[in-house]
Design a protein around this ligand. Structure first.
Ligand SMILES: CC(C)(COP(=O)(O)OP(=O)(O)OC[C@H]1O[C@@H](n2cnc3c(N)ncnc32)[C@H](O)[C@@H]1OP(=O)(O)O)[C@@H](O)C(=O)NCCC(=O)NCCS
Length: 215
């Protein structure tokens, strides 16, 4: 949530502080299910230094939690960055990923419209070719530009190379350079008109880029 909090698509799909708080539980449940799913690899980069842990807590301005956590600081490495890679799925595999359970207050219209756009784009770019798909990557803002996301992207690239399969992802505009740097090529632009500020009635054309990697 720290990484994606300012993302306008996330704020449009989960438009209130209450729904965004409830979303954390949905993410937690889905993350546990994904970790157990043999078709999915969830990767994390951790900072195991106690000093970094304490600095991070201070930075998040959560003094009470920082104090509570200090007791087991040695055992509490901070998650710096995470990624979710889905392994190639062929039509014959009959695999279906466990569905998300969205919190009450989710704007289902925007969520479904966006999901439809991304699915159609992936189909246009890949056809029915099975690929390694990067669904999420996020780095805690305290730790950005230190190569954490690169490690997680490189893991997928190594899988693509080892198994001779393409890699695919939808990139936020912010992350475009990251994927270009690792050899992904822009294949399509995905856009949706969304309300960026409900109070001011402002709208924006939210965009992401479909990227493909071919080993
Ligand atoms: C995009 C994001 C994942 C990058 O994570 P990171 O750990 O900082 O990435 P890295 O340190 O591995 O960056 C590697 C390279 O990517 C590029 N890059 C990364 N973030 C960038 C940014 N905000 N602006 C421009 N280039 C960027 C740079 O070329 C960088 O190399 P450099 O620091 O030597 O110039 C992180 O900023 C983030 O979580 N953003 C919010 C969520 C999001 O948009 N996720 C991507 C979903 S597709």
């Amino acid at each position: 949530m720290a990484a994606f909090e300012s993302n306008t698509m996330l704020r449009a799909q989960f438009p209130t502080a209450t729904v965004r708080e409830a979303l954390k539980h949905s993410i937690e449940k889905k993350a546990y299910a994904d970790i157990l799913d043999p078709q999915i690899t969830v990767l994390v980069v951790k900072d195991v230094s106690v000093k970094a842990f304490m600095e991070h807590e201070a930075d998040q301005r959560q003094p009470k939690q920082a104090v509570d956590a200090l007791g087991d600081a040695d055992h509490a490495p901070r998650i710096v960055s995470f990624a979710k890679w889905t392994h190639p799925v062929g039509i014959e595999d009959e695999y279906e990923e466990l569905a998300w359970i969205w919190p009450e207050g989710t704007d289902m219209k925007i969520l479904e419209d966006w999901t439809k756009q991304t699915q159609e784009t992936a189909k246009k770019v890949l056809g029915s070719e099975p690929a390694y798909k990067l669904s999420f990557v996020g780095t805690d803002p305290v730790y950005t530009r230190r190569g954490a996301a690169s490690l997680l992207v490189q893991w997928g690239i190594a899988q693509c190379q080892q198994h001779g399969k393409p890699g695919y992802l939808e990139s936020t505009l912010e992350a475009v350079r990251l994927y270009e740097k690792h050899g992904f090529e822009a294949a399509a632009r995905i856009e949706l008109d969304i309300e960026s500020d409900e109070k001011l009635g402002e709208r924006e054309q939210y965009a992401e880029i479909g990227f493909i990697y071919r080993p």
